[in-house]
Write a protein of this length. Structure first.
Length: 439
C-alpha cells in the first residue's frame, strides 16, 4: 500500500511540474515550403507539378503567379500542387502563396518554349504507281521526279528523271509533258525529238528558258522559249575541263541555278565542285579542289563532298546542299569565301544550326524571308533553317502519308522549291510532287 501511494504522489508531482516548467522542445513550423517543380520549361497551357510541404488541400487557398499572372490550380494536397501555365514568354519567376502567406524554399522559374509552327502536307500530282501519263492530280504519273523549279509564269517545271522527261505542273495539279518520251539519248533540236539521259534537276531564267543538269550526258542543256533544245556546256563525256562550253567537261552535274543576269551555277557532283557558266558559255570553277573533303575558307581552298543541290539566296550567295558532308554551305560571292550554315555530322537532329544533323541533304530552296528549305533525303524529311535554328516542317519515317507535318511521310525527297508562300517537294520514291503550306 505504501508503494502504491508513492507512485500516485509521484505522478501528481510530475504532472504539476510539467504544467509550470518552461517547455524548451522544438516548435513545429507549418509554413508552406517548396522543393521543386516539374517540368521547368514548356508551353502555355502545359501542366506543371510543384512539390513541397505545408500546402493547402483546398485548391482556392493556393495561389501560383507566373511573373504576376495567375495559373489555374487543378489539384492540390499538402505536398503537391498541379497548375496550368498561363500565357507568357521568356522566363517567368514563380510566386506561391498559401493562405495569404508566401511559401519559403526553392526559387522557381518557368521558361516558355516557342511553339513549333504547324504545316500541312498534301499531294499536288502523281500517285504511288509510276509511268509517263499526263493528267490532273493523282491521274498523272511520274517516274522518280527528281527536281522541281519555278517558272516565271507561275507554274512548276519537274525533271522526271527515269522517264528522261521534263514536265509542266500548274498549281491546280495539271501535268503536261514538255520534252521526252521515256527514251534516253543525247540529241539536240526541237523538243519533239530531243533527248536527255537521266535529267536530274533544273532551273528557269526570268525569260522562261529552262536549264537542265543532264547527269548521264555530263552536260547542261537548254530548252528555249521557242521549244528548241541545245547544249550550253559539256561534251557528253565525263571529265573536268574549264573553257568554252563546247570543250568544257563535267562529271555528273546534279543541279543548276541561274541569277538575274543569266549566269549559271552548277553542282558538279563527282568533281566535288561548284562551277560557273557565263552568259557567253565560258565555264570556270567557283569553289572546290576536285577532291572530296570538307574545308571552309577561301574559294580556292574550300572543299565539298558530292554537292547535289543549289539555290541563290536574297543576297546573291550560293547555297549548297553538301550531301556526303551532311552540311548546308554558303558561297559568298562578295567575299569569295565558303562557310557552313548548318549541320555537324550525319544524323537526325533539330536545334541550333551548328549542332543540327542531316542525312544526305539533297536539295535546297530559299524562301522570300531568307529561310532555307532542305530536302533531307535519307531522313525522309523536309527541314527549315531559320534564324540559326533547324526544324522539321514535314516528314517522320519513310513512307507515304499526307496530313499534318507531325505525321506526314515522304520517301527520299530530293528537291524543294518555294513559291507563293508554299513549298513544293519532289518526292522521288513516291513518284509524287507534294505541297507543304503553313497551317
Amino acid at each position: 500500500m505504501k508503494y502504491i501511494n508513492f507512485l500516485v504522489w509521484t505522478l501528481i508531482v510530475c504532472s504539476l511540474w510539467s504544467c509550470t516548467e518552461e517547455d524548451n522542445g522544438p516548435v513545429l513550423d507549418y509554413k508552406a515550403f517548396v522543393y521543386t517543380m516539374i517540368p521547368q520549361e514548356g508551353f502555355t497551357n502545359d501542366v506543371v507539378v510543384i512539390k513541397g510541404k505545408g500546402f493547402s488541400s483546398v485548391r482556392e487557398e493556393n495561389e501560383i503567379l507566373f511573373n504576376g499572372r495567375p495559373g489555374i490550380v487543378l489539384e492540390a494536397d499538402k505536398g503537391e500542387i498541379q497548375v496550368v501555365v498561363p500565357d507568357g514568354e521568356g522566363t517567368s519567376n514563380l510566386s506561391l502563396i498559401v493562405n495569404g502567406e508566401d511559401a519559403a524554399g526553392a526559387d522557381l522559374s518557368f521558361k516558355y518554349l516557342v511553339a513549333p509552327e504547324e504545316y500541312t502536307v498534301s499531294t499536288l500530282a502523281g500517285n504511288s504507281e509510276y509511268g509517263l501519263i499526263d493528267g490532273q492530280g493523282e491521274n498523272a504519273f511520274f517516274r522518280n521526279p527528281e527536281g522541281v523549279a519555278k517558272h516565271p509564269d507561275g507554274y512548276l517545271i519537274i525533271t522526271d528523271r527515269t522517264n528522261n522527261a521534263i514536265r509542266k505542273l500548274d498549281l491546280e495539279g495539271n501535268v503536261t509533258t514538255v520534252l521526252g518520251t521515256g527514251e534516253k539519248g543525247f540529241l539536240n533540236g526541237p523538243i519533239v525529238s530531243a533527248t536527255l539521259d537521266y535529267p536530274w534537276k533544273s532551273c528557269v531564267d526570268k525569260e522562261g528558258n529552262i536549264y537542265i543538269a543532264d547527269r548521264n550526258n555530263h552536260a547542261i542543256r537548254k530548252i528555249d522559249t521557242e521549244g528548241n533544245v541545245s547544249t550550253v556546256a559539256g561534251t557528253g563525256t565525263a571529265g573536268y575541263a574549264n573553257g568554252p562550253g563546247n570543250i568544257a567537261q563535267f562529271n555528273q552535274p546534279l543541279d543548276v541555278t541561274v541569277d538575274d543576269n543569266g549566269v549559271l551555277y552548277v553542282a558538279d557532283n563527282i568533281n566535288h565542285m561548284i562551277r560557273k557558266i557565263d552568259v557567253d558559255g565560258t565555264v570556270s570553277t567557283v569553289a572546290g579542289r576536285g577532291e572530296r573533303g570538307y574545308q571552309d575558307g577561301a574559294l580556292s581552298e574550300a572543299m565539298f563532298s558530292n554537292p547535289s543541290g543549289l539555290d541563290l539566296d536574297n543576297e546573291g550567295n550560293i547555297i549548297v546542299a553538301d550531301r556526303i558532308n551532311h552540311l548546308i554551305r554558303r558561297i559568298n560571292l562578295s567575299t569569295d569565301e565558303v562557310s557552313t550554315i548548318a549541320g555537324s555530322s550525319q544524323g537526325n537532329r533539330d536545334g541550333f544550326a551548328d549542332e543540327a544533323q542531316f542525312n544526305n541533304p539533297y536539295g535546297v530552296g530559299v524562301g522570300a524571308s531568307g529561310e532555307i528549305i532542305v530536302a533531307d533525303l535519307s531522313n525522309h524529311k523536309i527541314r527549315m533553317i531559320k534564324e540559326d535554328e533547324v526544324s522539321t516542317i514535314g516528314g517522320t519515317v519513310r513512307g507515304f502519308l499526307d496530313g499534318l507535318n507531325a505525321v506526314a511521310q515522304f520517301s527520299n525527297p530530293t528537291d524543294v522549291e518555294v513559291m507563293n508562300g508554299a513549298i513544293y517537294v519532289s518526292d522521288l520514291s513516291n513518284h509524287r510532287v507534294r505541297k507543304i503550306v503553313k497551317k
